[in-house]
Design a protein around this ligand. Structure first.
Ligand code: DAH
Length: 341
């Protein structure tokens, strides 16, 4: 009997030592110590043992049980420890790795240029006005002295929605809208930034959609000198360097006289280069003194007040500022390009 118990104990201790994981260990516990386990079976058989041997055998079994239990406990602690160790190894976080920066969007170069232009004019006391991109023919053309059959409309062939409604071809209709919103020859000093649409090709220098900034100033005694001074200051600020301004006679139906405004080339400073095609000047915007008929049609008395207006292309300015030679880059949404700003 003693022999048998010793053997069970030895087998159990051996098995415990070899247990690979907690589950295996539990199976061993059941096998030796459980209700139907081998040691329990011996205790059950005690009724057949002589009264004299009983205490001895009983003690033997209990000692064996204590040994096995202790082994199991030690092994259990060791297995738990190594399981934790494994997890710590596997789930290790290298806190010395650089952080993953979230991708944050940023302003489009046209928006940046536009914001810059807006700020410059706002600092000069201009308000920022808006008008609809789907515009009435009446505001886009007629109130700007371009009646239905006017040949100057041909240059701005556009997308008509009905005979009377079109995608605006210029920001100039905001001039008319702003004038109409004022009474009693009230002074105006405004810019109107926004998108315009023309039936144009899509190439390095054209796009059927582009961005303009319109300007309008009306007050008593506004002269051509005010126009020139304002543009000289604004354009120097836009290009962040002192630029010379040259006025060339031109024609716009809504201004009289009208002028094309050039600046000294921002690339070569006027010496002549590839960008200015050797002329030393860059064509930048159209401007002029508001035509008396336009003032009158929009509720202003041209005998009491006068005004100047101008319109510039934002893409052209952004291209010159950032040295971009293909307009399409602004619209193709290539992130390699956009990330450069
Ligand atoms: N609206 C003109 C265009 O799109 C630009 C322009 C020229 C606007 C002269 C003006 C101006 O206000 O006075 O070509």
């Amino acid at each position: 009997m003693e022999e048998k118990i010793k053997n069970i104990e030895a087998a159990a201790v051996e098995a415990v030592k070899n247990a690979a994981n907690l589950q295996a260990l539990d199976e061993i516990r059941v096998k030796y110590l459980g209700k139907k386990g081998e040691l329990t079976a011996i205790l059950r058989g005690m009724k057949d043992v002589s009264a004299e041997d009983k205490p001895k055998i009983g003690k033997f079994v209990n000692d064996a049980r204590a040994v096995i239990e202790n082994e199991i406990q030690v092994k259990n602690a060791a297995l738990k420890e190594s399981a934790l160790e494994d997890r710590l190894q596997n789930e290790k976080i290298d806190i010395t790795l650089p952080g993953r920066a979230p991708k944050v969007g940023h302003f489009h170069p046209i928006t940046l240029t536009l914001n810059h232009i807006k700020k410059i004019f706002m600092n000069m006391g201009f308000s920022v006005e808006e008008g609809p991109e789907i515009e009435e023919d009446y505001f886009n053309f007629e109130l700007l002295n371009l009646p239905k059959d006017h040949p100057a409309r041909d240059m701005q062939d556009s997308f008509y929605i009905t005979d009377e409604i079109l995608m605006r071809t210029q920001t100039s209709p905001v001039q008319a809208r702003t004038m109409k919103a004022h009474k009693n020859n009230e002074p105006i000093r405004m810019i109107a930034p926004g998108r315009v649409y023309r039936r144009d090709d899509y190439d390095a220098t054209h796009s059927p959609m582009f961005t303009q900034v319109e300007g309008l100033v009306i007050d008593k005694g506004i002269t051509f000198a005010d126009l020139k001074g304002t543009l000289e200051v604004a354009l120097s600020e836009i290009f962040e360097k002192k630029v010379g301004v040259r006025f060339r006679p031109s024609f716009f139906p809504f201004t009289e006289p009208s002028t094309e405004v050039d600046i000294s080339c921002v690339m070569c400073g006027g010496k002549g280069c590839r960008v200015c095609k050797g002329t030393g000047y860059l064509e930048i915007l159209g401007a002029g003194m508001v035509h008396p008929k336009v003032l009158e049609m929009n509720g202003y008395n041209y005998k009491k007040v006068s005004g100047f207006a101008f319109g510039l292309g934002v893409e052209r300015i952004a291209m010159l500022k950032y040295g971009i030679d293909d307009l399409r880059l602004f619209y193709d949404n290539d992130v390699r390009f956009l990330n450069a700003f």
